[in-house]
Design a protein. Sequence first.
Length: 391
Amino acid sequence: MCKYRVGKYNIISVDRYSVDFKIGLLLLKWFVSLNIKDGKEGVFMIQTRRWHVNMNHINEDNQAIEAATNLLIAGSTVAFPTETVYGLGADATNKAAVANIFQAKGRPADNPLIAHVATKEQLELLVSDLPAYAEQLIDRFTPGPITFILPSNGICAENVTAGLSTIAVRIPDHPIAQQLLINCDIPIAAPSANTSGKPSPTTGDHVWEDLSGKIAGLLDGGATGVGMESTIIDCTGEIPMILRPGGITKEQLEYIVGTVLIADSLQEETDKPKAPGMKYKHYSPEVPLILVNGTAAMMQTMIDREQAKGNRVGVLASSSMITKISADQLIPLGEQLPEIAAHLYDALRLCKQTAIDIILCETFPETDIGDAIMNRLRKAASTEIHPQDLR
């Protein structure tokens, strides 16, 4: 039995096919359709439900997942954890529901979304063609942190694909996400569950900070694993092409299918992005970010110069570099690349205007997931400093 709240009413459903469920769903859809404002034109306030789900007792917490399922089926938005970052989900076949994602995030309408499904069979229902090499990659890397760009068959709403003939789709590897998708039995469109442009959320607290009052629910499963968005691979050509680096590396992909291309990430503002994360500025902290490509001594020189200007300086760096420098705020990211990837977005969110005026960040080797780390940092940074720039 599932109990959830709509406004001041408690709705109780015995199962998805019961009369109680159908009546509750109609009431929920009616509430979702209301334009409830906080008195300011265009500012919509929603009572956001937050469920803390124990990762070790998913079955015991299934009432929370069922309540979230009911909201999604009714056309509401619900944030949930994946193995990469938290996603903000809505029914991918419902144009009005998907529009709620764009409104909550403040996301540009020409930025396509990723449809999430539970199984390969569900993925196949959304596409008109599945190349043999794409099927090989799906069989090897899913569920997992990889998104496939494939020809769309039009089942998903046009605002999911941003009017393109292709669709981005993935199968997440997270027990809460998997259970939610199985319960819903529909594709769920889900970009990162943050205000557009800000660092992606890797904890429930990050989501709550950005979207409380703007979405219907949050399934809080604690910190995510990879901490970096999925690899996006275009499978519409003869040779697969990486559009965004992520948790699955180029080397891993090539081991399975041979040659894999990498797209030019420098798109013009007038171009229509084929996948999320290709066009707009992303991952931005509250204060300017400068990348420092050099030694600990060079980092300290940069710190000293900025402090001489009267700036309070925060530094994001490997644990080993942090021990060799001094600044107003020091945030160690760890030592190994997977650890740095997992901690990066949380660290960017820790850098607040009230504490510092500028962030200096170490650069990292562009191997394995380091390629994804540097991709995100360069999108967030205003500039990158090299040793020759200090001469």
